[in-house]
Design a binder for this molecule. Structure first.
Ligand code: GFB
Length: 322
């Protein structure tokens, strides 16, 4: 059974940093069912990489709870080709928000990690204490180093300043508002778009990057948003908490599942010139289930909902990536 909340959301000012991204947008939708005031600010008003601006905005807005869902993110090729952006932007965003939260007396802060923080050859499923036990995957080490620093900042601020700052560590995510740009997206939206286009054009085959054999775990973003609200309420300790479904599949199996959702019966062709990345990254969710939370959305349901969103927004997606 879940313990009584350590943080009550009622009447609180809750800042979702990064509300236009997939995770932030899902958090804003999830918080609509809570009696709290949700704060958001667009990047045209506040550049989170500018420390003085972040401090001034937070001092004026006085959030009680902050979700750090803002980040420079992308799939395997984006990570590999823009190492400076992935390292600098993410370090800057997290140090600015975390330090400003301490200065203005924010009561609670929830930071988000990423599965690439774990060593490339971590034991599977990956427990929280696998962190920093071995070398990182090359393709996304820059993003990983920034995210590890954010987790450690939360722990350091708890130890030195007594701040109630916690970290959640989500597995690969998907859902409405995902990035469907083929050059910078993660695998799931990329394959959904490619398979949709192949169905429309009657193409006989769809290209899959790499060997199709790496295994990945996929969490529907609305489940993540629910887990983050749960952790904000119930978790108050040093050390991050994995958030996942507890099961994974190969990239080729994912492509087949998306093809069933889309209604495509063509073939898949692997392109070995593209990187595979980490062979497997399934997170161990026993810490989170022990706290009383488990994912609810099956991959089949999540794919169906995401595909419905994609079809409803296909014009916007096409325009934004032209
Ligand atoms: O999702 P993804 O880009 O990143 O790729 P990671 C996962 C796997 O899918 C890799 C393969 O083996 C890709 O080669 N794949 C097959 C494709 N077809 C495609 C395609 O059309 N597009 C893409 N993007 N992949 C990311 C990290 O790692 O995961 C980030 O780079 C972050 O830093 C994120 O941690 C959660 O799962 O390998």
């Amino acid at each position: 059974m879940t313990d009584a909340p350590t943080f009550d959301l009622t009447g609180r000012r809750v800042w979702v940093a990064g509300h236009r991204g997939m995770v932030g947008a899902a958090l804003v939708r999830r918080l609509e069912s809570e009696s709290c005031d949700v704060l958001t600010v667009g990047r045209e008003t506040l550049d989170l990489r500018r420390q003085a601006d972040v401090e001034a905005w937070m001092a004026a807005e006085q959030p009680d709870l902050v979700f750090v869902a803002a980040a420079t993110v992308g799939g395997i090729l984006a990570n590999d080709s823009r190492p400076a952006d992935f390292l600098y932007d993410n370090l800057a965003i997290e140090i600015n928000i975390i330090e400003a939260a301490r200065r203005v007396g924010t009561e609670k802060l929830v930071f988000l990690g990423s599965t690439c923080i774990y060593p490339r050859m971590a034991p599977q499923p990956m427990p929280e204490d696998a962190l920093l036990t071995g070398p990182l995957e090359e393709t996304n080490q820059w993003y990983a180093v920034a995210k590890i620093a954010g987790i450690k900042l939360c722990d350091a601020y708890r130890r030195q300043h007594g701040c109630d700052f916690i970290s959640a560590q989500p597995t690969n995510l998907y859902g409405p508002e995902d990035n469907f740009d083929l050059a910078s997206s993660h695998v799931l939206p990329a394959l959904m778009r490619k398979i949709h286009d192949a169905k429309q054009s009657g193409a006989a085959a769809v290209e899959i990057w790499g060997s199709g054999t790496p295994r990945r775990e996929f969490l529907y973003v609305e489940d993540l948003a629910d887990a983050l609200v749960f952790l904000a309420r119930h978790y108050s300790a040093e050390g991050h908490v994995n958030v996942g479904t507890g099961s994974d599949l190969t990239i080729l199996e994912l492509a087949e599942a998306i093809a069933r959702t889309v209604g495509y019966d063509g073939q898949f062709q692997c392109d070995p010139s593209k990187p595979d990345g980490t062979p497997r990254k399934l997170v161990d969710v026993s810490k989170l289930t022990g706290l009383g939370w488990a994912a609810r959305t099956t991959l089949e349901e999540g794919l169906a909902r995401t595909y419905r969103w994609y079809c409803d927004h296909a014009d916007r997606v096409a325009l934004s990536t032209a």
